[in-house]
Design a protein around this ligand. Structure first.
Ligand code: FPP
Length: 225
């Protein structure tokens, strides 16, 4: 049975869900946030230590301003409402991505939340915000260059946003689309990938457990036989 340390998720399909239900794309994002809460609970139940959620990519700035504003407002109020629950439940929050571009108030709130929860060790939730794998790799190589380090696997991994985090065992992408969208390209070299037809707001604990059980049966060879 494969142990599961780390699950990464591309939460795709919120916009389509909102439109399908004759509402707006933004209401789809709100519904998607409910799935986030359920999946965090279920990740704890399954004793998985790391969960990485792709909340906003470096490419998502191309969306209409109204949708961008809505997403960051949703994040802001999620932090206000949930950070003390995170702490009570021993969940550590870590942001991966370049948050310099976010407004000051939100950036400080996120940094404060990371600080508040940094000693928690039941589950680490990595929230990918203004995250892009290509940008992450460029920043990593710049740091290596600045510190005059050799370019090797160890030094690259130590300088990624995800240093000290094991690589994802599993990637789940909902929304019936089969691509990686610039997400954790280095880290997912050997991840098992599960593409899920359901839109993110419809994804539930049962679907999640089904994937976790499927994963446990896979023989992972890492190039061996
Ligand atoms: C992709 O669906 C989803 C996003 C770009 C945002 C994800 C955000 C949430 C799940 C809610 C907020 C989360 C937190 C943690 C505050 P899409 O909009 O690309 O869907 P589409 O493919 O149907 O257009």
């Amino acid at each position: 049975m494969n142990p599961i340390k780390h699950v990464a998720i591309i939460m795709d399909g919120n916009g389509r869900w909102g439109l399908k239900h004759k509402k707006s794309r933004n209401l789809g994002h709100r519904a998607g946030l409910n799935t986030v809460k359920k999946i965090i609970k279920s990740t704890i139940k399954n004793k998985i230590k790391y969960l990485t959620l792709y909340a906003f990519s470096t490419e998502n700035w191309k969306r209409p301003q109204n949708e961008i504003n809505f997403l960051f407002k949703l994040l802001d109020s999620f932090i206000d409402k949930k950070i003390s629950d995170f702490n009570k439940n021993k969940i550590k929050l870590k942001i991966i991505g370049n948050i310099e571009l976010l407004n000051n108030k939100l950036r400080k709130k996120l940094q404060k939340s990371e600080q508040l929860t940094k000693k928690n060790n039941r589950l680490q939730v990595n929230l990918a915000l203004n995250y892009g794998s290509k940008t992450e790799l460029i920043e990593t190589f710049k740091k290596i260059n600045k510190n005059k380090l050799h370019i090797n696997i160890k030094n690259i991994e130590r300088n990624l946003y995800t240093s000290n985090i094991p690589d994802p065992d599993i990637l789940i992408r909902t929304g019936n689309t089969q691509r990686l969208s610039n997400f954790l390209l280095w880290q997912m070299a050997y991840s098992e990938i599960f593409f899920e037809k359901k839109l993110w707001p419809d994804f539930n604990e049962k679907d999640y457990n089904k994937i976790l059980n499927q994963f446990k049966k896979i023989k992972r060879n890492y190039g061996n036989i």
